[in-house]
Design a protein around this ligand. Structure first.
Ligand code: PEP
Ligand code: MN
Length: 337
């Protein structure tokens, strides 16, 4: 349920509303807008059903929310969430690009990648150290050594780090080296991991599951917010359909849907979304035009020898020209790159 306070209501009336909600064993989530305050009520369904707030002074109206997710909902928080990652902003009028190889392979590979990633204007270096591969015989990542390499290469160019977490036991070690935890498509509904990330002190980028509906995806995000971590970035990375030409079907309509349903920032991954480097540029441009808050793109200094996802990785040259296009489209969309 949300309780909309009337524009002229005062702090005392708001306090009385909060007290009544808390007395019923429920929790309040406050959203203070320019002209009115919204109180989101979360907790036991029955207790919410029995809560009578309409007659209280200062209350304009109450609205019952039928969706299961609450904290991620735009009804609860009408303003766009902007996440500040050590001075780099994600959401609002910012276009944030995260780029780098699929997997961390070597110091040299990352040094080259980080240099071009920074040159193009991206703010984050991406790279997996723990790789959730479809086959157990594929390269599984360099684990902790990879994390150290990633941090070192990023620091050398003044970049932030985003990397995937696959196991909640790695929360601490990844938190030591990364600025954002990435939850991969295969783990979108790993609820133990989501709960652990709800207690983490760093932002989380939550990829859409391979066959997840938008509602399932937002409910997955709700797990993280419900745990106390409000800094969640959603990432559309393509879904499984009957099409085989592309690796996945990039659902750009998800950008518009998420903007309608949620206040959380959304970025698009045109690399995994298509699986083909030739399609990364047009889809990246379309994502920004659709209103995405950022992109996560695979870039490899030598895609032909990449240990994973070479087919969908941009060469440095192609990445740099894409970034030039994006600057123009971002400006049209009123966003800063
Ligand atoms: C990745 O970003 O390297 C990755 C494994 O992506 P996804 O979880 O979208 O498949
Ligand atoms: Mn990849």
């Amino acid at each position: 349920m949300i309780i909309v306070m009337s524009p002229g209501s005062n702090a005392e009336q708001l306090q009385r509303v909060q007290n009544k909600v808390e007395k019923a064993g429920l929790r309040c989530h406050l959203s203070t807008g320019e002209d009115r305050t919204i109180v989101g009520v979360i907790g036991d369904k029955k207790a919410i059903a029995n809560l009578e707030m309409n007659m209280m002074e200062g209350v304009e109206k109450t609205v019952r929310i039928t969706e299961k997710y609450k904290l991620v909902s735009r009804d609860f928080e009408p303003q766009d969430t902007v996440i500040d990652v050590g001075g780099v902003k994600i959401g609002g009028d910012n276009l944030t690009v995260m780029a780098g190889p699929c997997a961390v392979e070597s110091k040299e590979q990352l040094r080259e990648a980080a240099k071009v990633v920074r040159e193009g204007g991206a703010k984050f270096l991406r790279g997996g150290a723990f790789k959730p591969r479809t086959s157990p015989y594929d390269f599984q990542g360099l684990a902790c050594d990879g994390l150290k390499m990633l941090r070192e290469a990023a620091d050398g160019e003044g970049l932030k780090v985003i990397t995937e977490i696959v196991d909640s036991d790695d929360l601490e070690v990844i938190g030591e080296y990364a600025d954002i935890y990435q939850v991969g498509a295969r783990n979108m509904q790993n609820f133990q991991l989501l709960k652990a990330l709800g207690k983490a002190k760093k932002p989380v980028l939550l990829k859409r599951g391979l066959s997840a509906t938008i509602s399932e995806w937002l409910n997955a995000a709700e797990y993280i917010l419900a745990g106390g971590n409000k800094d969640v970035i959603l990432c559309e990375r393509g879904i499984r359909t009957y099409e085989t030409f592309t690796r996945n079907t990039l659902d750009l309509s998800a950008v518009a849907a998420v903007k309608e349903l949620s206040h959380l920032p959304i970025v698009v991954d045109p690399s995994h979304g298509t699986g083909r480097w030739q399609m990364v540029r047009p889809m990246a441009r379309a994502a920004v035009a659709a209103g995405a808050d950022g992109l996560i793109i695979e870039v490899h200094p030598h895609p032909e020898v990449a240990l994973s996802d070479g087919d969908q990785s941009l060469t440095p040259k192609n990445y740099l020209s894409l970034m030039t296009d994006l600057r123009d489209i971002a400006a049209l969309m009123g966003k800063k790159l």
